[in-house]
Design a protein around this ligand. Structure first.
Ligand code: ATP
Ligand code: MG
Ligand code: MG
Length: 330
């Protein structure tokens, strides 16, 4: 008796990540669309599972305009539901063009494999696009006001997350979403550390998917540039300032379009390894450059907090028809 199959109708696959699949579903009761994340947990009796559930419970308490809403989470055990591409559509729906192919058929593989598998389901708000997709489809510089507007929304979401004692840990344009109204929603966070532990400790055969938190669809290097130095250096204690570092890199990308992946890689490498910013860019955006330097400071305590940014570093909010028009066409 599956809550998933009882309550939801699958529409299409939204993609797969390090820990499972995300499917666009319609809830049969309220008729609304949700993104459902299905995560394979090899051993259902691990203490880590309780931690994961507690973590999702924390996330579900976050309620903010600019944070992806988490609704509920639950475990389901399937007999013979071996983890593989035969049960869920594979990595297909990129750029929000849904091309889901396979229906879920847990028992079709059950004859050869009577093993029980446990899955964690997480029901969340559906967000049609990511900031990464917007960067890729719009290769130019955004309008100044639009850029500040988007950045402010990200900072507002982050300030809320931090105010709840939560660290995102994986803030990248892949995990910054747009909702249907083109408002920013920060998503895909909090669970990464638990899931990584679970998979590393208990599933050696998970190689395809266990490459971990740092993978995104542009490959491992995708996340590398956004990761704060203290995480890379394995400091025993990290705090919310790791997100401020990542935010800095996102901020840079908002103000610096890249024509090719190659150019992006070269510029990001210089920034990460040598702390170098393109001189022409610094000359054109001196204020942004100085804010960027503070956000990417190597010492976490030198980075401003999200709240400080909101109060002291952003130009006044601008809301008018013109801005809304631009956002609508983005
Ligand atoms: P990782 O597991 O390393 O975090 P990932 O972030 O790519 O990798 P998932 O978080 O599992 O993997 O997401 C898989 C896909 O589903 C991604 O393409 C992501 O953009 C999409 N996705 C995740 N959450 C949502 C959501 N709330 N609405 C729409 N799409 C989503
Ligand atoms: Mg993600
Ligand atoms: Mg993720």
């Amino acid at each position: 008796n599956s809550r998933y199959r009882n309550d939801f109708e699958e529409i299409c696959s939204l993609g797969r990540g390090g820990f499972g699949h995300v499917v666009l579903c319609k809830n049969k009761l309220d008729g609304r669309q949700y993104a459902l994340k299905k995560i394979f947990l090899k051993d259902k009796n691990l203490p880590i599972n309780d931690k994961i559930l507690r973590e999702v419970a924390t996330l579900s308490r976050l309620q903010h305009q600019h944070v992806v809403r988490y609704y509920q989470a639950w475990f389901e055990t399937e007999v013979g539901g071996c983890y593989g591409d035969n049960t869920w559509g594979s990595r297909t729906a990129e750029n929000s063009s849904c091309s889901y192919t396979g229906a879920i058929s847990t028992n079709s593989v059950g004859l050869e494999n009577k093993q029980e598998s446990t899955f964690l389901y997480i029901q969340m708000e559906y967000c049609p696009r990511t900031l990464r997709q917007v960067f890729e489809s719009f290769c130019g510089l955004f309008d100044k006001e639009v850029t500040w507007h988007l950045f402010r929304q990200i900072v507002e979401g982050l300030a809320h997350i931090h105010s709840q004692g939560i660290i995102h840990r994986d803030l990248t344009p892949n995990n910054i979403f747009f909702d249907a109204r083109n408002d920013i929603k920060i998503g895909d966070f909090g669970l990464a550390k638990f899931l990584k532990l679970e998979q590393l400790d208990h599933d050696q055969n998970f190689t395809v998917d266990a490459t971990g938190v740092s993978m995104d669809r542009t490959g491992q290097v995708g996340t590398y540039f956004y990761t704060a130095p203290e995480i890379e250096q394995g400091w025993p204690q990290i705090n919310e300032k790791v997100d401020m570092y990542s935010l800095g890199v996102v901020f840079f990308e908002l103000w610096h379009p890249f024509l090719t992946a190659m150019e992006r890689y070269a510029v990001f490498s210089d920034l990460k390894q040598k702390g170098l910013l393109p001189p022409a860019w610094v000359a054109e955006f001196p204020e942004q450059a100085s804010l960027l330097r503070r956000l990417m400071a190597s010492s976490p305590s030198d980075r401003p907090s999200a709240t400080e940014l909101l109060h002291h570093a952003l130009p006044p909010r601008m809301e008018d028809e013109w801005l809304n028009d631009i956002l609508r066409t983005m």
